[in-house]
Each structure stands twice: as structure tokens, then as C-alpha cells.
Write a protein that binds this ligand. Sequence first.
Ligand SMILES: Cc1cc2nc3c(=O)[nH]c(=O)nc-3n(C[C@H](O)[C@H](O)[C@H](O)COP(=O)(O)O)c2cc1C
Length: 293
Amino acid sequence: MQILHHVDPERCNGDGICADVCPEDVLDIVDGRAVTSADRSGACISCGQCVAVCPRAAISMPALPDDMFPELGGGTLAYEDLYAFLARRRSVRRFRDTPVSRGTVERILDAAATAPMGMPPHSTEVLVFQDPDERAVLLDEVVREYDAMLKGYSTPVGRAMIRLAAGTEQYRTLREHIVDIARRANAQYRRDRTDRYMYHAPVFLLFHADRHAMSYVQNAHLVCHHAMLAAHSLGLGSTIIGLVPPVVDRSKRLRERYGIPDQNKVITSLILGYPRFRYRKPIRRALADVRWK
Ligand SMILES: Cc1cc2nc3c(=O)[nH]c(=O)nc-3n(C[C@H](O)[C@H](O)[C@H](O)COP(=O)(O)O)c2cc1C
């Protein structure tokens, strides 16, 4: 059996909080002290809740270094403040030329790493694009891919093949939205190199993950969403970009260029930059349906 927890006998008073909070029942209280459970040690998911909850700082886990549990001030937020913050976030697609520093992106990703995941550790990997030349290569490939899609879509046989490959749901999205967006975006790109996919944002984040990891798709979306809120808190604007990840995912050339392993799926992406316009009103929206049982 593996001893997962170091418990300071001077500090532990056997209150059992660590054992109670543990989602996997990996701790027992024996003789008034917390210990790793003999039969449950293999079930530990290393979430660190036992360490975080102990009021006497009596427990640590060698697998989780101390700096994973920093002392942080603040931490509470009134509902009204949170609501106002959330309601003011809009998808920003027009940016100022002001560059976004590496330090700012690092802070955003630090905050994004607080997102929950199916099971620790994080499966999400992030590629940060800042170099305009790299962005030009990527945009060129995106335009080329959507050109190929539009060409296929222009004939009945091509449409049938796309429908077969994409499935009914995705095909409907394609027919109702993506075809029109891609037509306009590619026309604007050809006209004057306007970027209607990543909107000339100073920073582009691409999220990918190993397909073998538990809930890797949801994990990446949560990380991306946390990054979006963190960016908003720092005065940056962002938009989740769904049109680019499938292109990178399918492109052997781009995967090699970016060092994305074969077993990884490219899941989502986010553009970041300082907003050109200020939104003067927040937005209040309702969910599609809420039912109480
Ligand atoms: C999964 C997902 C994919 C998206 N993909 C794109 C995209 O490719 N291009 C784009 O301009 N906006 C994209 N958006 C942004 C939505 O259009 C935007 O969130 C929505 O219109 C609501 O506007 P708001 O975020 O300003 O409230 C995407 C949003 C989500 C959640």
C-alpha cells in the first residue's frame, strides 16, 4: 500500500474533515489521526482537497508540492459583482493594435489552470500564437481548407459526401451558418487579406489534448472558458473561435509545424486582445429552458 499523505501527529487532532471531504474515501481516522486508507489508496485522484481543507495545516501530499497551495488573499466575490462582471463580457472581434504582453498571457493561463477537470491533472495543452508570420501561415491554411469545403459544397455529390462525413447535425450547422461565413471570410481575405477567422487579434490560443485522457474535450472547453473570464478581468477582450480548431486538427502539415502529437485532438481556440470598442450596456440572457422537479 502506498502512503499518500504525510500527517503531522502534533497538528492532527483527528477531526476527520479531510476524510469527509475526500471524494474517493482515501483517508481513515485511526487512533485519532488521519492516515491513508489501506484499501482505498489506489483510488486517490490527487485533487488535494484534504490538504486544502485542514484547518490545522496537518496534512500534506508528497505528490502535490506545497506551491500548489499558495496563501491567497481575497477570494470571495459578491453575487452582484460577479453577475455584473459576467454580463459585461462580450465576444470581442475588433481589437486595438496594443500588444498583449507575455506576462499577461501567463496570468490568463495561470487563472485558466484553476478550471476543474474530469480528473487531475490537466489534460489540456495550449499553443500561444503571437508571431504575425505564424498567424499568416495558419490563416492561409484556414482559408484554403474552407475554400475546399465550399468547392465540395457547390455540387450535389460534394454536398452528399460532406453530409456523410459530417453527420446530420454538423451538416445543418454547416449549411445554415458556416457556408455563408466562409464565403464572406474568404472573399474578404482575397480582397485585402482581412482576417474574418481570428480577427487580427494580437494573441491566438489553441487548446488541444490527448484523446485518451478522461473528459478531455470538456476539460479543454472549461480551460478556454476560464481563460476568457481571466482575460476579461484584465481588461482584454476575447472570442471563442470554433472555426479554426478543426482545420488544424485535420492538417498534417500544421500538426507537424506546431508539434501537436498524433493522439491529440485540437478542441477549441480563443482570440485575445485589447478591445477597440467599449460596451456601454451589459446583456441579460435567459437559458433555453429551466424546469423544476
Ligand atoms: C463553441 C463556440 C464557438 C464559437 N465560434 C466562433 C467563431 O468561430 N467565430 C466567431 O466570431 N465567434 C464564435 N463564437 C462566439 C459566439 O458567436 C458568441 O459567444 C455569441 O454570439 C454570443 O455573444 P457574446 O459572447 O458577445 O455574448 C463561438 C462561441 C462558442 C461558445
